[in-house]
Design a protein. Structure first.
Length: 288
């Protein structure tokens, strides 16, 4: 973790190091918010590096912010060492091929894009029949006209929506209007969501290397809190004001929003922690 200011972050406020953020708010707002997707692009970390790094992060000062280790089912056999909490990426039809005791603690299962309502209903039924009740489930939404029928099929099932928010090509980044509409569609059906890819930093920004416009994870958090005005929240770049608004939340406010926007995958957990520290949203013990 470096001391330089990342894209999308302001210079570190002088007050940040002196901040005494309410511990209950912090624990609620960012606990297990960052799913460790180190194996995936653009990081593409080797398993031999990613797993030890995940264990070190769990034992570090921001370990309580870390969610499960995200891994595709095809690589599960190469995961060794003490058990980890994992989020397994797997097609619904392959769930019954998993061993009864795969070793790692499967705490979440995420499936690829559901093309339509029939595929969604099959995935929901299969996960219900195969997984323990405490395992969280998510189905990636299509970025097509079928989105709403997939959401209709998810409504009332307890299965989360997975929203793609970026990738290695510009077309993998939804526009502000598209992402806002999807967040609103989830809210209208009382469906929680997680995000995958592209949320590298806290605040909306343009990546200087690629020119891609990235959504900020705090923008998405504020949009989840205010879906009727999601477009405006996703456009914001007034980082200091956004951070002040989050600091004014109560733990119950934070719990409500996190029940909607549950987590996001990041290939470098240090990046979001670094951003939050520079915004004064983490106490001194976590400032890098």
């Amino acid at each position: 973790m470096t001391g330089s200011t990342p894209p999308g972050s302001p210079a570190r406020p002088e007050a940040a190091a002196r901040l005494d953020l309410d511990a209950a708010l912090l624990d609620t707002l960012f606990a297990r918010f960052f799913d460790d997707a180190a194996l995936f692009p653009p990081g593409n970390a080797p398993m031999a590096d990613a797993v030890p790094a995940h264990r070190r992060a769990l034992a570090g000062p921001h370990g309580d912010l870390l969610g499960p280790f995200v891994i595709p089912a095809a690589r599960l056999a190469s995961l060794d060492g003490p058990p980890l909490d994992i989020a397994l990426i797997i097609a619904p039809a392959s769930l019954d091929e998993l061993p009864d005791n795969p070793g790692p603690r499967v705490v979440a299962v995420e499936t690829p894009v559901a093309a339509d309502k029939d595929q969604t209903r099959f995935a929901v039924r299969t996960m219900a029949a195969t997984l323990a009740p405490e395992v969280t489930r998510a189905i990636e939404l299509p970025r097509t006209s079928a989105r709403d029928e997939v959401l209709d099929a998810l409504a009332g099932t307890g299965v989360r929506a997975k929203l793609r928010t970026g990738g290695l090509r510009a077309d993998l980044f939804p526009t502000v209007d598209e992402l806002a509409a999807t967040i609103r569609a989830c809210a209208e059906r009382d469906i929680a969501f997680k995000c995958t890819a592209g949320l590298h930093h806290a605040i909306r920004h343009t990546d200087p290397a690629t020119g891609f416009e990235h959504h900020g994870f705090l923008n998405v958090l504020l949009a989840a809190a205010d879906p009727a005005d999601a477009e405006a929240q996703l456009h914001r770049t007034d980082a200091a004001t956004m951070a002040a608004e989050l600091r004014a939340w109560t733990p119950s406010d934070a719990a409500r929003v996190r029940s909607i926007f549950t987590s996001f995958g990041t290939c470098d957990v240090a990046e979001p922690v670094h951003d939050l520290a520079h915004l004064g949203l983490l106490p001194e013990r976590i400032i890098p």
